[in-house]
Design a protein around this ligand. Structure first.
Ligand code: ZN
Length: 92
């Protein structure tokens, strides 16, 4: 792992294709260390085959995104939860 990463807010672009809400402010808990932070605070690496977001506390992988023709693979196993704001008008 290098020290070259982007701010987690860059995840807004690719994840907007998957989720109908802005997830950069979504709260997620790292499955490794338990840190609960906004996804926008993660360290994002785009040099790999896809996009990888790492925990800003322990460095473990929180999520992976891989684009393939006609589909997007999302691996969220590094998050024990992801709390996404409900869109306006959504049922409570
Ligand atoms: Zn962590």
């Amino acid at each position: 792992m290098t020290d070259t990463f982007l701010d987690g807010n860059v995840l807004g672009g690719p994840l907007d294709s998957v989720f109908a809400v802005d997830v950069t402010g979504a709260m997620g808990r790292c499955a490794n260390c338990g840190a609960t932070r906004a996804l926008g605070t993660s360290h994002v690496y785009v040099q790999a085959a896809g996009t990888v977001a790492r925990c800003s506390s322990c460095g473990e992988i929180l999520l992976r995104l891989v684009n393939a023709p006609g589909r997007i693979f999302v691996d969220l196993r590094g998050l024990s939860f992801l709390e996404v704001p409900a869109p306006e008008g959504a049922m409570q």
